[in-house]
Design a binder for this molecule. Structure first.
Ligand code: XMP
Length: 326
């Protein structure tokens, strides 16, 4: 474990100059470790895996294969952004796996929150393993492990879901960010040329929208959730709340209520808005969103998102609520 302790001499990476020095050092170390061999990375599009990808693309180019698994539970525009940034702009070797149908089928009628997490995690490993087996002589597995992951959960990044690959896929781990804190990862990501929308994005659970589409996931409710979340994010950005509020999202319950639309009775879903601030996610307070903005978001969601007739604002701090609903 001694090589899992951050060296005391390591300066906090807080400036572009320090980030560039870190990048140069890592490029040398990565080229030395990997040589002319091949590496594989599960690229979710989250901050950590994106920064590892950008670093490795610079170090070893096409010797890296990035696998992006679209499990259908990502936010609107996220899979497209991964393809745009890594394939089109950085010219990476990217395998894009459209696994949407597989995941939704596995999740059909699964309503228990922990069971949903297990199904998503297990299916992720299965899809990633299938892709890994299609590639020849890959010796290295890159991971976006960061220092808090080591401090909290030992050497394997549990929520990256790649800790459970079979023994015969005997990879050597490559973890260039393992001594960095989140703020340092962001500074390095910016120095590597990643867009702010990727580097400064808010936390997003590994199981994604799966834990915000309450109960058993259905395609129609999942789409309503994704669209309402996109509207919320758009309005928060347009009104100066992006970057100010720590985490904000919508949730869709699995019950309906009555309403009226165009003079006719409707029977549709509600959408719940959650917007919270926290330092460490252990406790959280609710953002005091201007009422007029909440009304505007309500009007947009109820007119633009099919199947939704009400919008609610969650006023519950943590405790007693958790940040997520499942
Ligand atoms: P809770 O809901 O426990 O969430 O107050 C605290 C923080 O953790 C995130 N979260 C998750 N992250 N996998 C993750 O990687 C998960 O299953 C998961 N559940 C919650 C949540 O979004 C919040 O930032």
């Amino acid at each position: 474990m001694s090589n899992n302790v951050r060296p005391e001499s390591m300066a906090r990476i807080a400036t572009p100059e320090l980030a560039n020095a870190f990048i140069d050092e890592q490029l040398d170390a990565l080229r030395q470790q990997i040589g002319n061999k091949k590496a594989l990375l599960a690229l979710s599009g989250g901050v950590d895996s994106s920064v590892v990808a950008a670093l490795l693309i610079r170090a070893i180019g096409k010797q890296l294969t990035c696998v992006h698994v679209n499990h259908g539970l990502l936010r609107k525009g996220e899979p497209e952004q991964v393809v745009e940034v890594f394939q089109n702009q950085m010219n990476a070797n990217l395998v894009y796996v459209d696994a949407v149908e597989r995941f939704l089928q596995k999740l059909e009628n699964v309503s228990d929150p922990e069971q949903k997490r297990k199904v998503i995690g297990a299916e992720f490993i299965r899809v990633f393993e299938e892709e890994a087996r299609k590639l020849d002589d890959v010796q290295f597995l890159a991971q976006g492990t960061i220092y808090p992951d080591i401090l909290e959960s030992g050497p394997v990044k549990a929520h990256h879901n790649v800790g459970g690959l079979p023994e015969d896929l005997n990879f050597e781990l490559v973890e260039p960010l393992k001594f960095l804190f989140k703020d340092e990862v962001r500074v390095v990501g910016t120095a590597l040329g990643l867009p702010d929308s990727m580097v400064y994005r808010q936390p997003f659970p590994g199981p994604g929208l799966g834990v915000r589409c309450l109960g058993a996931i259905t395609r129609a409710r999942l789409e309503a959730l994704r669209e309402s979340d996109a509207i919320l994010r758009e309005e928060f950005a347009a009104n100066g709340l992006e970057g100010k509020v720590w985490q904000y999202f919508t949730v869709i319950p699995d019950f309906k209520s009555t309403g009226v639309r165009d003079g006719k009775r409707s029977y549709d879903w509600p959408v719940i808005i959650r917007a919270v601030n926290t330092k460490d996610a252990m406790t959280a307070t609710v953002e005091d969103v201007p009422f007029a903005l909440l009304q505007k978001i309500t009007a947009r969601i109820t007119t633009e998102v099919p199947g939704v007739n009400r919008v609610l604002y969650d006023l519950t701090p943590k405790p007693t609520g958790t940040i997520e609903w499942e």
